[in-house]
Write a protein that binds this ligand. Structure first.
Ligand code: G4P
Length: 314
């Protein structure tokens, strides 16, 4: 599942994506409804700039419905057609072809006016790993024919799946890279289980998750784990309290935070803590400000280091 993206790899994927995009009218971009910003490829707007676009907020069964509505409006205000889906159950999947037809209406009418009797629509599904692309395609087809490995871009021999008389989908999704320059995005992708846990150890990741939940909805954590804590406590102390409340105690009597962390993250990912969305459109500005701040700090540190080096080697 985990792809290591490196510059050459990205260039190749980009090229393949451009090639495939030239064959379609509509780009269907899958996002994870729990992190619609963090699961969005940073370059898709440039890559698909001349295409009609549909955003599918997948895994909406796991996301907070009120926040999903806020995100839906946010993307609609930016001119996107937005569909909510649960690809496992199939909810929303069938809405895509109708939405594509509405988006293509003017083109179809133009073609028909020119005398073409039949104007088929071709579309392609794109998204970062693990957002549910294969599940979505499989559900659209109704059987498991679209299973793919983690090949970035798409395979060479292109195949089309005819979903409706006038609607065809490229059978292999376009796998895109995530926004990895932003640390907070990386954390959220790890929290939902979209990138490998080995990047961060489970306990640190869970501590970050608890920290975030304290600002989103602390009662969800309180109620699920029957632990008493104050939201301003150190997140790791809260994790210790949860471990103790669950009876996860190591031999020496210390709380087993590693075990508690794994369970908390698994339960979050499985929707057992509730329907939770980790970000809102208003957080995006905060995140970019934080990233800019970090960049500035890094630049200042580099400058200091260079100055120290120069002084030393005078
Ligand atoms: P990808 O092609 O974009 O990489 O994603 P894929 O379809 O492989 O889906 C990744 C995981 O997300 C799968 O779970 C899949 O079942 C799950 N998934 C996809 N869409 C939805 C959705 O709308 N709701 C929920 N709740 N889950 C979804 P997995 O753990 O990898 O496998 P498994 O649980 O199916 O065994």
């Amino acid at each position: 599942m985990n792809i290591q993206w490196y510059p050459g790899h990205m260039t190749k994927t980009r090229r393949m994506m451009e090639e495939n995009l030239s064959l379609v009218d509509v780009v269907i971009e899958l996002l994870d409804a729990r992190i619609p910003y963090s699961s969005k490829n940073p370059d898709i707007d440039t890559l698909a700039k001349n295409k009609r676009r549909i955003i599918v907020m997948n895994k909406s069964d796991l996301a907070d419905p009120a926040k999903t509505e806020i995100w839906k409006k946010y993307f609609e205000n930016k001119g996107f057609t937005v569909i909510l889906s649960d690809a496992v159950k199939g909810t929303g999947v069938n809405k895509v072809s109708d939405a594509a037809r509405v988006l293509m209406k003017d083109k179809i009418e133009k073609e028909k006016a020119r005398g073409r009797l039949f104007v088929p629509i071709r579309a392609m599904i794109v998204g970062i790993p693990n957002v549910g692309k294969s599940t979505f395609i499989n559900k659209s087809v109704g059987k498991t024919t679209a299973k793919t490995g983690d090949k970035p871009g798409v395979t060479k021999g292109k195949q089309w799946i005819r979903l409706k008389k006038d609607f065809e989908l490229l059978d292999t999704p376009g796998i895109l890279w995530p926004k990895f320059e932003d640390e907070e995005v990386g954390l959220k992708l790890a929290m939902i289980g979209s990138i490998n846990d080995d990047i961060l150890d489970t306990e640190t990741l869970c501590t970050e998750f608890i920290n975030l939940m304290m600002s989103i909805d602390p009662d969800r954590i309180r109620n699920r784990y029957k632990a008493e804590f104050d939201t301003i406590e150190e997140p790791h102390d809260i994790l210790e309290k949860i471990a103790a409340a669950r009876g996860f105690i190591k031999k020496g009597g210390e709380p087993d935070c590693g075990r508690a962390a794994k369970i908390i993250l698994d339960e979050f990912r499985g929707g057992k803590i509730g329907k939770i969305t980790l970000e809102l459109p208003e957080d995006i500005r905060d995140m970019s400000a934080k990233t800019a701040e970090k960049e500035a700090e890094k630049k200042a540190r580099d400058k200091e280091r260079k100055a120290a080096y120069k002084a030393k080697n005078k």
